[in-house]
Design a protein around this ligand. Structure first.
Ligand SMILES: Nc1nc2c(ncn2[C@@H]2O[C@H](COP(=O)(O)OP(=O)(O)OP(=O)(O)O)[C@@H](O)[C@H]2O)c(=O)[nH]1
Ligand SMILES: [Mg+2]
Length: 292
């Protein structure tokens, strides 16, 4: 029996649905997803293991013009993912016909690129064909050698087709990771990310200034005790995060617990502390401390 394996890196602009797609393909919520752009800050692996293949997906931050150090590091992750891919899934969104210089960079690569036109569920069936016709023409002009596939990551449309294409393109290779691995990330990392995701939903302000660091993750008899620090950049932001009479923080804790418990499939006790790390997004030393 031949065994195929390879790195399938998901790249694209912010908010196009990269993380939603990876979660849906892998069948586990590994990467947080929100309605806001620049949600994903790291490169996160999601691995599918079958007896005859192993696909290592990478979710990456959305491509932006970086301004401050955190964004610069985020774009280094994207560059690396362009370099070490066996297959690139370039995610675009229906109705958005970008044409910008970054494509020249992407075109230089020798690896197969599959252009995915995501969110096709947003267009009613009546008009879908016409909108898709324009989109496919647009992307075909820019990437004449690439396959183009309309999908919906959210509604799982054309997912089987995509999986078949990926498996076809993969080369024969032994597994790169142990077959039990689902990701390259630790439980603490996922806890950090889940809390950050919940923050996006309960509090619309300052999501980009927030970083989470789980400093204790301790197995007790019937639960896991978790202590996480929530960092903001300025003292004034502390108040926003905590809210009137601590309401916001309480809400954050409530939703985080629910979500972490369902991810870890066990009971937890969670303590959250708010701390200030002045302008951490601009400071390479602090970024390193936070795992960038
Ligand atoms: N209607 C629809 N919405 C989608 C689809 N895929 C993703 N979304 C939504 O688009 C938003 C962004 O999704 P994400 O998966 O976080 O996007 P991303 O590309 O990872 O974003 P960044 O990490 O910020 O670059 C979320 O609100 C998703 O629910 C889709 O197929 N259809
Ligand atoms: Mg993302």
């Amino acid at each position: 029996m031949i065994h195929k394996s390879g790195f399938v890196n998901i790249i694209g602009f912010p908010n196009t649905g990269k993380s939603t797609l990876m979660n849906s393909l892998v069948g586990e919520k590994l990467s947080i997803t929100t309605y806001k752009p620049q949600t994903t800050r790291h490169r996160i692996l999601g691995i599918i293991n079958e007896s005859n293949f192993q696909i290592i997906f990478s979710d990456t931050p959305g491509i932006i013009d970086p301004v401050y150090p955190m964004q610069k590091i985020m774009m280094q992750y994207v560059e690396k993912a362009l370099e070490d891919a066996d297959i690139i899934l370039f995610l675009t969104e229906i109705g958005k016909l970008e044409n910008i210089p970054i494509f020249n960079e992407i075109k230089k690569t020798n690896v197969p690129i599959i252009i995915l036109i995501n969110k096709i569920d947003q267009i009613g069936i009546k008009y879908r064909e016409y909108v898709l016709y324009d989109a496919i023409n647009h992307w075909h002009k820019l990437f004449p050698n690439s396959e183009i596939l309309p999908i919906s990551a959210l509604k799982k449309m054309n997912q089987d087709l995509l999986m078949n294409k990926i498996i076809d393109l993969l080369s024969e290779h032994p597994p790169y990771y142990s077959k039990e691995f689902l990701s390259n990330r630790s439980k603490r990392f996922f806890v950090n990310e889940i809390i950050r995701e919940k923050y996006f939903f309960i509090q619309k302000e300052i999501p980009y200034s927030v970083e989470i660091n789980t400093i204790l993750f301790k197995k007790e008899k019937t639960f896991i005790y978790i202590l996480s620090y929530i960092y903001v950049e300025r003292n004034s932001q502390k108040g926003i995060l905590i809210g009137k009479r601590g309401d916001s923080l309480k809400k954050l804790k409530f939703f985080s617990i629910k979500s972490i418990e369902s991810f870890l499939r066990t009971k937890i006790k969670l303590n959250l502390y708010v701390k200030v790390s002045p302008y951490w997004r601009y400071d390479y030393k602090k970024l390193k401390f936070f795992g960038y």
